[in-house]
Design a protein around this ligand. Structure first.
Ligand SMILES: C[S@@+](CC[C@H](N)C(=O)[O-])C[C@H]1O[C@@H](n2cnc3c(N)ncnc32)[C@H](O)[C@@H]1O
Length: 164
């Protein structure tokens, strides 16, 4: 691991598009992949996490972080072959959810709350392109505090939880 444990974990950082500083030392950046590719418009796109890891089964001890940022893939992918990678621009940028998305998301929430300290905050981002936010929120027993909708179609939700 490049960085010592930082106070904030981004469980699936992707291209770190929403960060002011993509090398912020307060954040430990995790993703399931490291990759550099060109998108269809020719722009280069990089996923450069500090640690390669799976948000459904993380290596960190319980109660480690003050804050966890969780912005998982929100696009459903219907491809049946687990070895086949999606090729669409959005799928490359944001990743995809496959048939087992309920388990993936339930385990992801459980792991994010496990590694969060009691009293720590989870910042969850969800775009309702394919799956309603109300459906996703049923996959955790933790209670959100507040949320805000954004985006052109007002279908991107930012939601804040605190670990009890
Ligand atoms: C919506 S994108 C994150 C975008 C990011 N917040 C940004 O600001 O650019 C979701 C990311 O989750 C990653 N991902 C998908 N499944 C994962 C898993 N099981 N564990 C960790 N990362 C995963 C994908 O590789 C993708 O980069």
């Amino acid at each position: 691991m490049k960085k010592a444990i930082a106070p904030i974990l981004d469980a699936c950082c992707g291209g770190k598009m929403f960060y002011f500083d993509k090398n912020d030392s307060r954040v430990l950046f995790q993703d399931i992949r490291a990759e550099e590719t060109n998108l269809c418009d020719g722009r280069s796109f990089k996923v450069e996490p500090d640690i390669i890891g799976d948000f459904t089964s993380m290596v960190f001890p319980d109660n480690t972080f003050n804050m966890v940022v969780f912005d998982p893939p929100h696009l459903r992918w219907w491809g049946k072959d687990p070895n086949k990678k999606p090729t669409g621009y959005q799928q490359i940028k944001y990743g995809v959810l496959r048939d087992d998305w309920r388990n993936t998301m339930a385990n992801g929430f459980a792991e994010c709350f496990r590694v969060l300290k009691p009293g720590g905050f989870l910042i969850f981002k969800w775009c309702e392109h394919d799956i309603k936010v109300s459906t996703i929120l049923k996959l955790t027993d933790q209670k959100p505090i507040f949320g805000h909708k954004s985006g052109k179609r007002a279908n991107t939700h930012w939601i804040c939880f605190m670990k009890e």
